[in-house]
Structure formats: structure tokens, C-alpha cells
Write a protein that binds this ligand. Structure first.
Ligand code: NAP
Length: 323
């Protein structure tokens, strides 16, 4: 019987339980895949704690994985048995085997390993939509990006460099600063020891940023807004320190007629054509060597330890769980 990490209740890492599960046969439109690598993302913490509500419990958390198609249900045309595939936005990831809607799967090119795919599908597609769609980053763009040495962060450092943008990244330690810098971040600020708004003013000569990407949430609100030019864009895309509190819309006017958005990778890849285009762009960046990932791996059974390390800000880059 296959095993999976399930939660029966919301809580700390201790609610992650290694259990035998009955996977069953794929229904119409579904595929069954045997997974070889599973991505760990911060959203898994939100699902575990209950910050993001799950439709039902018990549940297998995890949104991302890679492996091989073992069986397909009636009507599946997107993949066939034996295909090497990956996905980044479908709950049920922490499992040796799983069922999944086949139209959420992307076939992997030969030059993308399963471990790389599990590291990049969610975080890399996020980096792509943030830089290419939410805001169209160009060589003229000056952008602030918090948690620049994290999973999404290190991919963004490399992608922003490839686009020729000026990236000001914040990080929680000097070791992380060195890592972000080596990944291509133009200027790095340790926001645990420095006043990052003052440093952004100094770095930009007072002109501030076109766009501020903020996934830290509570702890960087509303100071991220002070890093923007008039009419700049605040992209709030995560809550690693807790959610942004409710606020008065006039805040955006007094801070300089700002724009604000709260995007998700699910919305940007909801249509299959968008999913395939986003993944193809990401795979091309990997193929030409513009983006490299060196994920930290944990055994799937040790998912609880990986969660502890992620929440304690001990990790850098992407994390992959190996079944
Ligand atoms: N909306 C979307 O489409 C989307 C998609 C993917 C990810 N995200 C969001 O993007 C963020 C990054 O995701 P990730 O999976 O790549 O995680 P990650 O960046 O590898 O880990 C989170 C990082 O946030 C920073 N952080 C700041 N305050 C923190 C706190 N109080 N507790 C924990 N971490 C804190 C830490 O870096 P420092 O020590 O350097 O501060 C930590 O390493 C998350 O907020 C996630 O929810 C959003």
C-alpha cells in the first residue's frame, strides 16, 4: 500500500502523520502518478496551520510534485502511461502515489530532472508570473523583493538579473545576503539589522521602487509601501510572518496613489494554455542556464522536520521531499 503524509487536524508540525493510504484507480479525466520528488512550499504551512482552510480533513497537504504516470482514466488525452510529469498547484502532494486531474500535469523535457521539477513548478511559475505578468519587469525597473534567499526568492534573483532589472532584496541573515547576491540580486539588505526603507532611499538616491514584492506580510506592512515611487505597485503575495491586517484604502492614497494587488499562482495558471506557457518559459530559462536550483532534500517521512526548519527561517532556496 502507498504511504502519504496526512493531517487529521490543524496545528504544528506534529500533526503531519505518515500513514498508509488507498490511492485507488483514476476516474474520468484523472491520472495516477508515482512520485519521485515532492516540492515543499510555504503554502503547505498555511494549510497545516489552518491559515488557509482545507475543504475537508483528513487531508494530504502539498501542492507540487514530479514522477511518472502509472495509469489514466477515461477521456485523458494530455498525458499517457509512462510519461514523466510534474505539477505545482494541486493539493495532495505529500504522497508516494496520487490521483490528479490530468490537465494539471505538464510533461517534463529530458533536461529537467524530477528533483528540479519538484523544486521549480510552484516557486518558478510564481517567479515568472510576478516578473512577467503582475508587473512587466524591464531593465529600467527598480524592484524591492523581500525574503530574497528563499525558494521563490533565489529564482527571482536569477530571473530579475536575466531581465536586467535592479533588484533590491531583503534577507534575514548575512549568510542569506551572500547567497542572494551570488544569485544575481543587485543590492541586498539584512532587514533584521538594517532599516530597509532608509537603505532603499539611499540605494535609489531617493527615487524609490517601481514595484515592491512582499510575501512576508504582517512584519513588513505598511513599511513596504514606503519603498515605492508615487503610483508604484505593491504586490502582496504571501504571509510568512502572518497576514497583512485589514487597512483603510486611503493608505494607498497618502502613500502616493499606489496600486495594490494580491495575486496567486493558481489564478495565473488556471487555464491550461497559461499553465503550459508559464512552464515552457520556466523550462527554457533552466535549459539556457539562466536559472539554476540546488534544492535541499528531506525524506518525505521527515516532512515535519522540514516544516520546522522552514518556519524557523533556517532554510534557503527550494526544498524537495523524497518519497
Ligand atoms: N501568491 C503566490 O502565488 C505565491 C506562490 C508561492 C509562494 N508564495 C509566498 O511566497 C513566500 C515565499 O515562499 P517560499 O515557499 O519560497 O518560502 P521561503 O521564502 O523559502 O521561506 C519563507 C521566508 O520568509 C522569510 N520570513 C520573514 N519573516 C518570517 C517569519 N516570521 N517566519 C517565517 N519566515 C519568515 C524568511 O526569510 P528571511 O530569513 O530571509 O527573512 C523565510 O526563509 C511565502 O510567503 C509564500 O506563501 C506565494
Amino acid at each position: 500500500m502507498a504511504h502519504a503524509i496526512r493531517i487529521h487536524e490543524n496545528g504544528g508540525p506534529e500533526v503531519l502523520k505518515w500513514e498508509a493510504v488507498d490511492v485507488g484507480e483514476p476516474g474520468p479525466g484523472e491520472a495516477r502518478i508515482r512520485q519521485t520528488a515532492i516540492g515543499l512550499n510555504y503554502i503547505d504551512v498555511y494549510h497545516r496551520t489552518g491559515l488557509y482552510k482545507l475543504a475537508a480533513l483528513p487531508a494530504v497537504i502539498g501542492m507540487e510534485g514530479a514522477g511518472r504516470v502509472e495509469a489514466v482514466g477515461p477521456g485523458v488525452t494530455d498525458v499517457k502511461v509512462g510519461d514523466r510529469v510534474a505539477y505545482g498547484t494541486v493539493l495532495g502532494g505529500y504522497a508516494e502515489e496520487r490521483l490528479i486531474p490530468a490537465d494539471r500535469l505538464v510533461k517534463l523535457p529530458d533536461d529537467i530532472s524530477d528533483v528540479t521539477a519538484a523544486a521549480i513548478m510552484l516557486q518558478g511559475m510564481t517567479a515568472r508570473y510576478l516578473l512577467r505578468e503582475t508587473y512587466h519587469v524591464t531593465p529600467e525597473t527598480v524592484m524591492l523583493f523581500h525574503a530574497a534567499a528563499g525558494g521563490v526568492g533565489l529564482i527571482v534573483c536569477q530571473w530579475a538579473k536575466a531581465l536586467g532589472a535592479t533588484m533590491i532584496g531583503t534577507v534575514g541573515s548575512d549568510e542569506k545576503a551572500a547567497l542572494a547576491k551570488s544569485a544575481g540580486c543587485t543590492h541586498v539588505i539584512n532587514y533584521r539589522t538594517e532599516d530597509y526603507v532608509a537603505r532603499v532611499r539611499e540605494i535609489t538616491g531617493g527615487s524609490m521602487c517601481d514595484v515592491a514584492y512582499d510575501s512576508v506580510g504582517k512584519d513588513t506592512f505598511p513599511s513596504s509601501l514606503d519603498c515605492l515611487k508615487p503610483k508604484g505597485l505593491w504586490v502582496s503575495f504571501g504571509n510568512a510572518s502572518g497576514p497583512v491586517p485589514p487597512f483603510d484604502m486611503t493608505l494607498l492614497s497618502v502613500k502616493g496613489s499606489l496600486f495594490a494587488t494580491r495575486p496567486t499562482v493558481m489564478a495565473y495558471t488556471a487555464q491550461r494554455a497559461d499553465l503550459l506557457a508559464n512552464a515552457a518559459d520556466l523550462f527554457a530559462m533552466i535549459a539556457k542556464g539562466a536559472i539554476k536550483v540546488e534544492p535541499t532534500t528531506y525524506a518525505l517521512k521527515d516532512a515535519a522536520q522540514a516544516h520546522r526548519d522552514l518556519e524557523a527561517r533556517k532554510t534557503t532556496g527550494s526544498i524537495v521531499l523524497v518519497p
